[in-house]
Design a protein around this ligand. Structure first.
Ligand code: TYD
Ligand code: MG
Length: 457
């Protein structure tokens, strides 16, 4: 009997090796090599040797002669998704939607055909039965007259049916459940994911059908077989957010047809995902009266300005070791900001517990939120409130200086639009150019002078 050939594959980047290794030599990840049967040599890999060509007959063409109407975009009925895609889906393109289980990938992709009945859609589910999808569609509402459901996991059957149906849009939920009989490894393995995605891509380009792939995320937060899929597909969208909370962020990580710095915010409701056109509305407080420990940051995510509430609680440490806890913010960064406050500005916080929370279950990494974090901590420490018509946009340096941030004009414009009266920025951000604004732009140089302004002492 012929010996079954197997090889070791890296689950992160798909690199193949003849023996096990602790660290993948291609991507440097540790402990990612898994053993998988190798395809028999008679089977020709979909991806190897054959690049992703538009059609078998394609010939070299002069750049000048290529007509632009080939890039045929269509809207999918959800404005925010259209916007992050750069104005709709390009015909024949392939989109990967990644996210943790339960975040709403299947919901979003089923909402597309229901909201856009003019698109003929084939929704292939390897995870749910037709009945389950029907129940979900009833919750979502909309027009299901042009949406075909197909519960199947065998790639060859899917391609055959898609060829018969000739849809505008083919949705695969999820790529990890699809397998091809040409390969011996099980569904979800590196070689199956890679080859099935490559076969679907060739099909998409040949037939000019757009494909949406849904991909699960591995424990470390990357899409399973991430690098393998990310370089194959045209667009990568990632769902983020706390699946227990109701807000979800959809971020474009890669986009061959538009900008990658785009973000859309959705709310998960009883009848599916609802887009939130103006996220600042939900992220800033509706408190009656002023509370201490709250400051508003004018942050920027990608190209989109947001105003977001930062909450802090500072109290005397009940136990010997003070606690530092942050939700939605890097706790090391919080420790650094507290050290700056202690060393450079003389605030004694080393014996205090400090808790920080970002509203709406959102994670922030924009350095322009530093100033609002510091102000929220000091406000809670002194138990003095900050007027809620003030917001902040500046970075804090290690020597305690208030540093300028990028695109300050856009942050100011967003704060002005939302009716804020004052915005505190770094005095190094081009002085004097914000004179004719309805909002007061207050430049500050260091934390003690800011405290004098805010807490009058
Ligand atoms: P789902 O879209 O199946 O997530 P994924 O495909 O990413 O694993 O489900 C998302 C969650 O949202 C699920 O826990 C149920 C909930 N949900 C709602 O709250 N409202 C709805 O209308 C739907 C369809 C789901
Ligand atoms: Mg799902």
């Amino acid at each position: 009997m012929a010996k079954l050939r197997s090889a070791w594959f890296c689950t992160s980047c798909g690199n193949e090796s003849s023996k096990w290794m602790g660290q993948c030599p291609a991507c440097g990840e540790w402990n990612t090599m898994v053993e998988e049967p190798k395809e028999s040599s008679s089977v020709k890999s979909f991806s190897r040797n054959r690049a992703y060509i538009a059609s078998e007959q394609s010939k070299p063409e002069l750049l000048d002669n290529i007509s632009l109407d080939a890039e045929n975009r269509f809207s999918i009925g959800i404005c925010e998704v259209d916007r992050i895609l750069g104005g709709g889906i390009v015909a024949g393109s392939m989109i990967l939607i990644g996210g943790e289980p339960g975040i709403g990938k299947s919901t979003l992709s089923l909402q597309i055909p229901l909201l856009c009945p003019q698109l003929k859609t084939l929704y292939v589910s390897g995870e749910e039965s037709g009945k389950q999808i029907k129940l979900r569609a009833q919750r979502l509402g909309g027009d299901s007259s042009n949406c075909l459901i197909y519960s199947e996991t065998l790639l060859e059957n899917i391609l055959h049916q898609a060829n018969e149906v000739q849809p505008h849009l083919l949705i695969i939920d999820s790529i990890q459940t699809i397998y091809s009989e040409k390969f011996e490894s099980s569904a979800g393995s590196v070689s199956q994911v890679k080859e099935c995605a490559a076969a679907l891509l060739r099909f998409a380009k040949e037939k000019n059908i757009s494909v949406i792939l849904i991909g699960h995320i591995t424990k470390d937060g990357s899409i399973a077989g991430p690098k393998i899929l990310e370089h194959i597909v045209d667009v990568v969208l990632q769902f983020e957010g706390d699946s227990r909370g109701s807000y979800r962020l959809l971020r474009s990580i890669k986009n061959r047809f538009g900008s990658t710095a785009e973000l859309a915010v959705f709310e998960m409701t009883g009848s599916g995902l609802k887009e939130i056109a103006n996220p600042s509305d939900i992220l800033i407080p509706l408190h009656q009266g002023d509370l201490s420990g709250i400051a508003i940051a004018a942050m920027l995510d990608g190209t989109r300005p947001f105003l977001i509430e930062i909450q802090s609680l500072v109290s005397s440490a009940a136990y010997g070791m003070p606690q530092r806890n942050a939700t939605g913010f890097d706790v090391r960064k919080l420790n650094m900001l507290l050290a700056v406050l202690e060393k450079r500005s003389g605030f004694k916080l080393s014996a205090k517990d400090v808790f920080l929370n970002i509203a709406g279950g959102i994670k922030i990494s924009d350095p322009a939120c530093d100033l609002a974090v510091v102000v929220a901590v000091l406000s809670s420490n002194f138990d003095l409130s900050i007027p809620l018509d003030s917001c902040f946009a500046a970075e804090i340096g290690l020597s305690g200086e208030i540093r300028p941030v990028s695109q300050v004009e856009r942050r100011i414009a967003e704060a002005e639009k939302l009716g804020f009266k004052r915005i505190y920025i770094s005095s190094f951000n081009k002085k004097g150019s914000f004179a004719k604004k309805a909002i007061d732009v207050i430049p500050v140089a260091d934390i003690p002078s800011l405290c004098k302004l805010l807490f009058k002492g």
